[in-house]
Design a binder for this molecule. Structure first.
Ligand code: NAD
Ligand code: MG
Length: 338
């Protein structure tokens, strides 16, 4: 989203230069940084990295794809952790189902889960087969079972069938990630048709309800449900009226369901991302103006890459988080959330 050329914007531009190796010691001194900007851009041998210099910064090239969009056609391509995520066996032997696991945040979670030792089933739309195939290959390369479940979750019948198929093929279910989402920008409520409204609510709320209901009877004590909410749950964007209300609903559903699921020993949490560079944003999710300046308004001055949020999903799925339920965790590049 555009912002005025404030000192912080000017500083971000310089930090971009730092990432490209253009920063001079003089400029670093001008910022009064304890650790020089020349240290940004990549992680050192110990994995330490300055988050300001990592990953692409706006402006981004104007681009538009037909919905639902493919990560493989985005410029720059999102980083889902394909080359960077290293597991440490935190989910060994678990069986995970992730909706929207072909691209974006769901794909990053799928890669991380597989490298942590889980078998992973991904749900996606048939039009996303090229993205899904890549994810299936990555899961298999990690030595885990991959299950591909193409279909449209706006159908209750498909939601029930996808859970049954995942349970049957993986011989159980320990982790459910309700992550698939519909986001379509409309400048005014007057432009949102009943069909649009229904599309958003079916994808983001009804499908979560149907899939969760079908999954719970198969999930043992110790299992985890993780829903993807959004900063829009707290601070609705004016162009995402219908979407934002579903995200508030997801956060609320998470907290209520968590109370019920204590009786079954199942933990329920949500992740609320800020701006992340994903296919949803280039396939109607943002105005072109917002897209080219995507992430500019948060303090870090750039969007997150899906790889940067996957560890939250791993943590919430892991038994290490055994006291964590009914919570919503944010990752917004410094933009405040409750
Ligand atoms: P994405 O487009 O990569 O993932 C969304 C996925 O939803 C798609 O890949 C698609 O497989 C799935 N989907 C949508 N409609 C479907 C349908 N009818 N049937 C089956 N699958 C369907 O984008 P993303 O940003 O990774 O989105 C993942 C989640 O993150 C969404 O819930 C989104 O609302 C949420 N989120 C994203 C951002 C962001 O800035 N990217 C911010 C906050 C929340
Ligand atoms: Mg996709």
């Amino acid at each position: 989203m555009p912002s005025n050329d404030t000192p912080s914007t000017a500083r971000r531009r310089l930090m971009q230069g730092a990432a490209a190796g253009l920063m001079t010691g003089v400029a670093a001194h001008a910022f009064g940084q304890a650790s020089g900007p020349e240290a940004t851009g990549t992680a050192d041998a110990a994995g330490l990295a300055d988050p300001r210099g990592l990953h692409p910064h706006p402006p981004f090239p104007a681009q538009q794809q037909p919905w639902p969009g493919l990560a493989g056609r985005m410029v720059p391509r999102p980083d889902h952790g394909e080359t960077s995520y290293v597991g440490t066996g935190r989910l060994t032997g678990r069986r995970a189902l992730i909706t929207g696991g072909d691209s974006g945040i769901g794909r990053a979670a799928a890669i991380a889960f597989a490298r942590e030792g889980a078998d992973v089933a991904i749900v996606y739309l048939p039009a996303e087969e090229p993205d899904a195939r890549e994810v299936v290959q990555i899961i298999r390369a990690a030595g885990r079972q991959a299950v591909a479940l193409p279909g449209d979750i706006r159908s209750e019948t498909f939601c029930e069938a996808l859970v049954a198929s995942a349970v049957q093929q993986m011989r159980g279910l320990d982790i459910l990630v309700n992550n698939a989402g519909r986001q379509h920008s409309h400048d005014s409520i007057l432009d949102i048709s009943t069909e649009d409204f229904d599309w958003t609510l079916r994808t983001n709320l009804y499908a979560m309800f149907w899939i969760t209901k079908a999954a719970i009877p198969h999930m043992p004590p110790g299992a985890a449900i993780i829903n993807t909410a959004s900063v829009n749950a707290y601070d609705p964007s004016e162009n995402l009226l219908d979407y934002a209300l579903t995200k508030a609903g997801i956060a609320n559903f998470t907290k209520g369901l968590a109370k019920q699921m204590v009786k079954r020993g199942i933990r329920v949490n949500a992740v609320a991302p800020g701006p992340f560079w994903t296919a949803l944003q280039v396939s109607g999710g943002q105005t072109m103006e917002n897209l080219t300046h995507f992430g500019e308004r948060v303090p870090l001055g750039r969007p997150g890459q899906p790889a940067e949020i996957a560890p939250l999903y791993v943590q919430l799925a892991s038994t290490q988080a055994s006291y964590v339920t009914g919570q919503v965790f944010g990752a917004s590049g410094g933009a405040g959330q409750p």
